[in-house]
Design a protein around this ligand. Structure first.
Ligand code: ADP
Ligand code: ASP
Ligand code: MG
Length: 806
């Protein structure tokens, strides 16, 4: 014999009920079928009761309930059996109307009236199903499930109930239908088992009848790794132990009403959770077995709770404080969801329902009034609108590192934890966060434990010039491979240019993002940044492919809000040292990344290399570098027949130089790069410390327009050529280089002979020579192509991936 329970959605419409009928019919052995009310009806009945007691019009609500049932009956039975159905339901409707009227007139809602009203749904749905299935026998659960008053609700009298159900054994037929949820007390008054209680009814019947199995048929494929309404990628858990299922349901996994597990566990009856609308899916099996190999099985959460803390140094070492605290709360029927006490004993925190918090606070202030007056206890502090998250799995037992991973992933995403509790059974780690962080937290934890091989990055890109566009192309090309082989999903969650912006939580379509952006509504960088912060997504990365000072100003706020920053823009790194240091420090504190490898030498691994040296204890002593691809291209190409002004124009047309080549020719770009390299090498270098000789003297930079400047530059051709020819005559070449040596930082021309490492630096190559404690005689040299959108975008891409590869 099996017990099958069908929930509200399974009973939610005529077609769903037909589905139930088919599942019942397909059973080869006798079955007990427990049903919930038609989906949504219990909520309406609760509303009707609460409306009536306020003396407001509840009739509409009841008419709606009647209509819903009438529609279903009509569809199910057409004409046949309607009369029958009508007569068996008439008295239920009448009773409902009578009780509601009484509540309305007296403005009093007793437990008895309330339970009568809200239990009506199951009485009706069970009639429907029993009439639909040929030969089915209908039972009234109120005759078998006995309760007694307990706090705010009812408690099942277990032994009496088991006995009453046991005696039923002999009167069962092949299909036996029971309403879930409803019960009765010793006086024969209507009671209920609490919201969601039909699961429990079914478990009690299964235990009393010693059923072979208990099946909970619902509207999802089974017990999921997390609430599927919040976590889109939650998957069905194949197997849970009773203890795991109990913990998960206690901490909010609504799919099973928590008390359900106990009768099944006591009688060792396996529970299956199945989908009425996808009956062939395997579902979840809950039994006594433990899976050791998977450490964490699922996560669940509770909202609308408050954290209440009793605090004071006078509590330390005093016995009986917690006993008095819990008794005071218990005497007001306040349910405690979680307890956490610091080992210093100077505070005890409990989590309870938001709605209980005021009563709880007053109860505790009264209980500890003397201690508060003597200042041994500071008082009661309350944080409302919190949430509890629990991760559950028997495999966590003796497996070190679970909480380390849990809390570091949460912290890195900027989620503050208010209290933590871990049972000594090590079955569950639960912690308290602010409710506004709940969705993000569930996503972070779900990803890090269940999809550990899979991570999602939420990317926000600003700047769609040559580098930004190129980056988008690269991401488009690589995203499938990254997903497959690296299990990394890159979601472009936002895209902006200087005027417009677009967002999509689940990721913009990469191929069309640029076009969509052109059509988008206007938005400022401030709005873009605020939206990123409001989105509060896990692994958020802001990518700056602009050269804008306005954008660079936003890094601090982003990092403070746990958004990593990857930038090709040199402005922030080369502004004041204090600002640079502040950004680095914020990123460290917040556990996020601030990466700017492409600021120097585009894709060349220069900053990375310096970081590696410094972190391993090496000291950078000297630094010499050719850092401008554009300027190196120019010095390499000017000759007796090719004047400077012509080569500058060419470099501009080839896309080497900045759109305004004066940025390069002033030496500003090289200066910025030197500042960044020096700072990464642990020198607090400021711009004013650098001796700089511009590539082209300052007097040439007066013209507003680029064209005017290029024209004027011709006047400098001869001087420049003379400088070049002079070096040439000595067998040397000129280079525009940056150096940090013996306390001096310089940017300007140098002449180098054939032995110098810069001598053969062709085209637009860059080269950095690093002398350190470990690399002195034979310095470290990094050389290669150091400019261009392709290598820069590749470098930015590499930084983005570094954000998650911690
Ligand atoms: P029924 O009416 O069948 O009893 P419920 O609404 O009580 O169904 O419970 C099923 C619902 O529980 C699912 O539709 C899902 O939205 C929600 N739920 C929350 N957490 C989980 C979880 N971990 N696994 C499955 N479902 C969950
Ligand atoms: N109908 C009741 C409720 O909605 C009981 C149940 O469905 O389990 O709470
Ligand atoms: Mg339910």
């Amino acid at each position: 014999m099996k017990v099958l329970k069908f929930g509200g959605t399974s009973m939610g419409s005529a077609s769903a009920i037909r589905q139930v009928q088919a599942i019942v019919k397909s059973q080869s052995e006798p079955v007990v079928v427990v049903v919930s009310a038609v989906g949504g009806i219990t909520d309406r009945l609760v509303l009707a009761a609460n409306t009536a007691v306020r003396g407001e019009d509840y009739q509409n609500i009841i008419e709606e309930v009647v209509k819903k049932h009438a529609t279903i009956a009509q569809e199910l039975f057409e004409d046949n059996g309607q009369a029958d159905l009508h007569s068996s339901c008439q008295d239920v409707w009448q009773e409902l109307r009578q009780v509601l009227k009484g509540v309305y007139l007296t403005r009093e809602l007793s437990t008895k009236s309330y339970d009568t009203i809200v239990g009506v749904g199951e009485r009706l749905s069970s009639v429907f199903l029993s009439q639909l299935i040929d030969g089915a026998k209908l039972f009234d659960s109120r005759r078998f499930i006995m309760t007694e008053a307990n706090g705010k609700g009812h408690h099942v009298k277990y032994n009496e109930t088991m006995q009453a159900i046991g005696e039923l054994k002999f009167s069962l037929s092949k299909v036996n239908v029971f309403p879930g949820f409803i019960a009765a007390n010793a006086d024969g008054e209507n009671t209920t088992l609490g919201r969601g209680g039909s699961d429990y009814s079914a478990a009690l019947l299964a235990a009393g009848l010693e059923a072979k199995a208990l099946e909970i048929w619902t509207d999802v494929d089974g017990f999921m790794s997390a609430d599927p309404r919040v976590i889109k990628r939650a998957y069905c858990i194949e197997h849970l132990s009773y203890a795991e299922a109990m913990e998960l349901s206690h901490f909010g996994a609504k799919v099973i009403y928590p008390p359900t597990i106990i009768p099944a566990l006591q009688k060792q009856i396996p529970i299956k959770v199945k989908n009425t609308f996808n009956a062939s899916a395997r579902g979840t099996l809950i039994d006594d077995q433990k899976d050791e190999q998977q450490r964490v099985k699922g996560l669940s959460s509770i909202k609308d709770v408050a954290l209440l803390t009793l605090q004071g140094n006078g509590m330390i070492g005093i016995t009986g404080i917690s006993m008095r605290m819990f008794s005071a709360l218990a005497s007001h029927n306040i349910n405690i969801i979680l307890i956490s006490q610091a080992s210093s004993e100077s505070s005890i925190s409990v989590v309870l329902a938001n709605e209980d918090v005021e009563v709880a606070r007053l109860a505790l202030i009264k209980e500890f009034d003397k201690e508060i007056a003597r200042r041994e206890i500071n008082g009661v502090s309350i944080d409302k609108d919190m949430a509890v998250v629990a991760i559950v799995g028997e495999g966590m037992k003796h497996a070190p590192g679970v909480s380390g991973k849990l809390f570091s992933d949460i912290g890195r995403n900027g989620i503050n934890i208010y209290a933590i509790a871990q049972g000594a059974s090590e079955l569950n780690i639960s912690f308290v966060i602010h409710a506004r962080d709940l969705r993000k937290c569930l996503n972070v934890v779900h990803e890090s434990f269940f999809l550990s091989a899979y991570q999602a990055i939420h990317l926000y890109l600003v700047g769609v010039g040559t580098v930004g566009k190129n980056l988008l192309q690269k991401i488009t090309r690589q995203s499938e491979r990254l997903l497959k082989t690296e299990h990394l999903s890159i979601r472009l969650a936002g895209l902006a240019n200087s005027k417009q912006m677009i967002f999509n939580d689940r990721g913009l379509e990469l191929e069309s993002a640029l076009e969509v952006l052109q059509e988008a509504s206007p938005g400022t960088i401030d709005q873009f940044v605020e939206q990123i912060i409001a989105n509060n997504h896990s692994n958020s990365v802001f990518v700056d492919c602009t050269a804008s000072a306005l954008v660079a100003e936003k890094y601090q706020r982003l990092l403070e809000n746990n958004v990593s920053v990857v930038t090709a823009n040199k402005i922030a790194g080369s502004s004041s040292y204090a600002r640079y240091e502040q950004l680095k420090k914020t990123a460290r504190q917040k556990g996020v990344k601030y990466l700017f490898e492409t600021n120097v030498g585009a894709g060349l691994p220069i900053i990375n290399t310096i970081n590696g040296m410094v972190q391993s204890g090496d000291r950078i002593l000297q630094l010499e570098a050719v850092l401008s691809g554009t300027l190196n291209y120019i010095v390499n190409n000017v000759s007796a027949d090719r004047p400077l002004s012509e080569v500058v124009l060419e470099a501009k047309e080839l896309g080497y130089s900045e759109p305004d080549p004066r940025i390069d020719l002033k030496g500003t770009d090289v200066l910025r790069k030197l500042l960044i390299l020096a700072r990464e090498s642990e020198y607090a270098l400021e711009e004013q410390h650098v001796e700089i000789k511009p590539f082209v003297p300052a007097e040439y930079f007066t013209d507003e327009a680029v064209e005017g400047f290029l024209e004027r530059l011709k006047a400098y051709d001869a001087t420049f050529e003379a400088m070049r020819a002079e070096a040439d005559a000595k067998g040397k070449v000129i280079r525009y280089a940056a150096s940090l040596k013996e306390g001096r930082a310089r940017v300007g021309f140098i002449e180098v002979d054939a032995h110098h490492p810069f001598y053969n630096l062709a085209d637009s190559n860059n080269k950095v020579i690093l002398r350190s404690d470990y690399y002195y005689e034979h310095p470290m040299e990094i050389k290669g192509y150091g400019a261009g959108a392709d290598v820069t975008a590749a470098g930015v891409f590499a930084d983005i991936i570094k954000v998650v590869n911690l």
